[in-house]
Design a protein around this ligand. Structure first.
Ligand SMILES: NC(=O)c1ccc[n+]([C@@H]2O[C@H](COP(=O)([O-])OP(=O)(O)OC[C@H]3O[C@@H](n4cnc5c(N)ncnc54)[C@H](OP(=O)(O)O)[C@@H]3O)[C@@H](O)[C@H]2O)c1
Length: 430
């Protein structure tokens, strides 16, 4: 009878080191829960001479992936190397050799998840990827297991720690975007090349995974509306605060009348909404279900040990399935027809800030323009602008169709009295 599960680990960086640590420190708990000893057999790295965060015998490191993937004694591959290739090729090879897979790779699962899961099912193997979204928060298992009896109608997420750190720091200190980004880079909260985080792509990968699992449709990344935070100004954050909102890079996935919209964009969230108080590098996912109502999951979105707990929990699920002989049978492939909303079906409240000529009748022209485009206004503020004979108008609309808003903005841009449209953000109320 099998007494040991042998793991091949692809990658020994931040997450890989955390996995080694948790498997070594939690041996007893893992044995009690699985009845088997979990043993990391071999580890793939780029450089075997590099100093490691965890003590590892040099003979367990290799730069040759075949040594792991082709080893018939290895039962499970844990992929924590990141990137698309060669990670994808290694995972597919492993599945074809009937090895189960655990991965933390959101880029790979968002872009190629459907293909990987199909091949996994053909080979009766598990592919679990809990750590790929919101590191230490067990949100994928919640969506696939805990909410399996409900119908999810909305998922809102703060799923990128770097941007949440930058926006909450700007809000707390009054510093501008560039200065705060540089500070985040010095502290290690933002990468030297922060593009994927600040332009919203990292969050979009995660929202694509969450909406696929929440709504049972195969969402593509190209179907997510994405806007990053690099244009968010401290003026907007402070004006938002005065009106009772906090700026967040918010992922939104919404289902209305069987039609879906998924977006990632800077959003003003009412300060009494639970998501508004999620600060720093923390993540949170707020879920609405027809039966359950509102729930929220909060926790660390990254870091060696939080992320590794998700990876090792997936490993425990794989091992339990191996003992029952049910690998590859638990995953539910997307089974619903995907119908995406058009812009005239996407409704939101909006915050707008524009600079206009400071003369009689301009405000009336603006409000008339919105009325002509079926947009009603909840709040209108006019205040002096700091240069020229100009004024600043700040508007908060009632719910309006995205298509109507776009027509109003395009018309406004052509008006002589409008100097600039400074900003436009969706608004989420509590
Ligand atoms: N860091 C987090 O908090 C976090 C949170 C959630 C999810 N994730 C995901 O987890 C994965 C790993 O992230 P990480 O932060 O641990 O990355 P990392 O610190 O950069 O580590 C990557 C590891 O993979 C190895 N590696 C990379 N490419 C390789 C190749 N072509 N051949 C052989 N070895 C290779 C590296 O080897 P060397 O050490 O020799 O260079 C390194 O050990 C990514 O998919 C990431 O998105 C990370």
């Amino acid at each position: 009878m099998q007494k040991e599960i042998r793991i091949g680990l692809l990658g020994l960086g931040t997450v890989g080191s955390g996995v080694v640590r948790i498997i070594s420190n939690h041996q007893e708990e893992l044995y009690k829960q699985t009845g088997l000893h979990i043993h990391i057999d071999k580890i793939l790295v780029r450089d075997t001479n590099k100093k490691r965060e965890v003590p590892i015998a040099p003979d367990r490191l290799t730069v040759n992936a075949e040594e792991i993937i082709e080893d018939p004694e290895i039962d499970v591959i844990v992929e924590v190397m990141g990137g698309i290739e060669p990670a994808k090729q290694y995972i597919l090879e492993a599945l074809k050799r009937k090895k189960n897979v655990v991965t933390a790779n959101k880029d790979l699962m968002a872009l190629h998840g459907a293909e990987i899961l199909r091949i996994a099912q053909q080979n009766r193997c598990d592919v679990f990827y809990e750590a790929s979204v919101a590191g230490g928060i067990p949100i994928l298992r919640a969506l696939t297991d805990s909410f399996s009896s409900d119908r999810i109608t909305k998922i809102m997420g703060i799923v990128n720690g770097t941007t949440n750190y930058i926006l909450s720091k700007m809000s707390q200190t009054g510093a501008d975007y560039q200065e705060t980004l540089e500070e985040a880079q010095k502290l290690g909260y933002a990468e030297a090349n922060p593009g994927s985080d600040v332009e919203g792509w990292d969050a979009a990968y995660k929202m694509s995974i969450l909406s696929t699992l929440g709504f049972h449709v195969a969402m593509n990344l190209s179907e997510v509306d994405v806007k990053g935070i690099s244009d968010v100004s401290i003026e907007d954050i402070e004006l938002g605060k005065k009106l009772g909102y906090e700026m967040k890079l918010l992922g939104l996935a919404k289902l209305d009348d069987q039609k879906i919209e998924v977006s990632v964009q800077p959003t003003l969230v009412r300060n009494t909404h639970p998501l508004a108080s999620v600060n720093g590098v923390y993540n949170a996912i707020y879920i609405e279900g027809e039966a359950v109502g509102e729930t929220m999951f909060y926790g660390p979105g990254a870091g060696a040990l939080p992320t590794a707990t998700s990876v090792v929990s997936d490993l425990v699920s794989v091992v339990r399935n191996m003992k029952l002989g049910v690998n590859g049978q638990k995953m539910v492939a997307p089974y619903k027809e995907k119908r995406l909303k058009t812009d005239d079906e996407k409704y939101a409240k909006y915050f707008l800030r524009m600079v206009v000529a400071d003369q009689r009748g301009v405000l009336a022209q603006m409000t008339q323009l919105f009325a002509n485009n079926h947009i009603s206004l909840e709040q209108v503020i006019q205040q002096p602008y700091n240069s020229g004979n100009r004024a600043e108008i700040i508007l908060v609309t009632h719910e309006a169709a995205k298509s109507d808003l776009e027509i109003a903005l395009a018309t406004m841009k052509e008006m002589d009295v409008v100097s600039s449209i400074e900003s436009c953000y969706p608004v989420v109320e509590a």
